[in-house]
Design a protein around this ligand. Structure first.
Ligand code: SAH
Length: 396
């Protein structure tokens, strides 16, 4: 095994069990290693630190598989880590029996670069690092064994693979496409999941608990769901007794799926749903001009800041939509506002929302702080894993 030897003082993050080693920390590589190969990581004084996947093309030059320098990284390693991640979900009452479930949340489950989401008896994997890519077969075998699922589909077409020098990889790794379209039940509503063409692995599982909360808040309310994707929040609002639910997205296919999802739920009052294919920034300005108001507004925009470097421009966009949201609320109304940008921390997000309320001339208070669902754990040693943050705010 090749050895990756760090520069003096650069072992500190490994002592804190942070899984990433940046290029600037690395002194030299002794021996040969190809992308994704496991290397032994040593401090400058040659003290062993653990074993990591080598990524020569990436600024994140290596990702630790283990901080135990004796632990073999082999098929059995992946079987163990995957079984532990699946067992963790099985042990959590609120996740029990969920048909849509994140099984592996990458670094926070000790498997950097590995995402696995289960939809019924299908698992969708997304491998985003050279190390994860190399262990594809072991990961698939581990998932099949731990879940008993029938099929595994790969959705490794995320842009971040480019940073690792990897091209897109998609297709069936085990089994073949099911005869009927995939659908899951979530909080009592049915949702189709397009694993091949949808966003991420097909669905935003991280918002499951927040969608349930929205349902509890919706009775008798005029709800506006901005950035609705396939209408997950909208259907919960209808199930919760909303008077009306207006769903906006700029993606035509997402809205087609959203409408189809509503049709999968004949128990819901379809006549109360209104759909709008539009840019949210523009649509909210138009509502303002038209004097249209709402009781409950969801803002769940895409990642405006992929990294801290984009945080400033993103902050302006977040502030913009939040100002617009605040202006469209009736007295006593609720704003459920999110950011899924890793580069925008909770403190910064709260400040943005506070500034937006001020600019909109609304007095407001936080009722709840919101985050990703329980199947999206955040390792204490990896705060970067906490990308989703939200606030439930009430105006006077
Ligand atoms: N709330 C959704 C997930 C939202 S993902 C859920 O629970 O499933 C973000 C969505 O924003 C995507 O569907 C994308 O098509 C949409 N989007 C991105 N930019 C937009 C814009 N400027 N106006 C409207 N929709 C936009």
């Amino acid at each position: 095994m090749a050895q990756l030897i760090l520069l003096p003082g650069k072992e500190r993050s490994a002592f804190k069990r942070h899984p990433w080693l940046f290029a600037g920390s690395v002194g030299r590589l002794e021996g040969r290693a190809r992308p994704g190969d496991t290397v032994e990581v040593l401090a400058d004084n040659l003290r062993p630190l653990g074993r990591a996947a080598y990524s020569p093309k990436s600024q994140i030059r290596a990702r630790f598989w283990t901080f135990d320098s004796e632990e073999a990284v082999d098929d059995a390693f992946f079987k163990r880590r995957i079984a532990a991640a699946v067992a963790l979900r099985q042990a959590m009452p609120e996740l029990h029996g969920q048909q849509g479930l994140r099984l592996i949340h990458a670094e926070s489950d000790g498997l950097p670069g590995v995402i696995a989401d289960q939809y019924g008896d299908t698992v969708v994997v997304q491998l985003t690092s050279a190390g994860a890519d190399k262990w594809r077969q072991a990961i698939v075998a581990g998932l099949l064994k731990a879940t008993g699922c029938a099929r595994v589909y790969e959705r490794s077409d995320s842009d971040v693979r480019g940073l690792e020098g990897l091209g897109p990889m998609t297709g069936w790794l085990h089994g073949e496409a099911p005869a009927t379209p995939l659908a899951i039940e979530e909080n009592g509503v049915r949702l189709a999941v397009d694993i091949a063409g949808g966003h991420k692995t097909g669905f935003y599982l991280d918002q499951r608990e927040n969608r349930a909360l929205l349902g509890q808040l919706s009775a008798g309310k005029a709800v506006l769901n901005c950035f609705c994707y396939t209408a997950g929040f909208s259907l919960q609002a209808l199930a919760g007794g909303a008077l009306s639910v207006l769903s906006i997205d700029s993606s035509g296919p997402a809205l087609v799926q959203g409408r189809a999802n509503l049709a999968l739920n004949p128990q819901l009052p379809a006549a109360r749903a209104e759909w709008l294919e539009a840019d949210v920034f523009q649509a909210l300005r138009d509502f303002r001009k038209a004097g249209r108001l709402f009781d409950l507004i969801v803002l769940d925009p895409p990642k405006f800041a992929p990294s801290a470097a984009h945080a400033e421009r993103a902050a302006k966009a977040y502030k913009d939509i939040n100002i617009l949201g605040f202006r469209l609320l009736r007295p006593g109304g609720l704003l459920m506002s999110y950011s899924c940008s890793g580069g925008v921390g909770l403190e910064m997000f709260q400040k943005i929302v506070a500034d937006a309320a001020l600019d909109a001339g609304r007095n407001a208070r936080i009722l709840r702080r919101l985050s990703g669902a329980a199947d999206h754990p955040v390792a204490l040693s990896f705060p970067e894993g906490e990308y989703l943050k939200g606030l439930l705010v009430q105006v006077d």
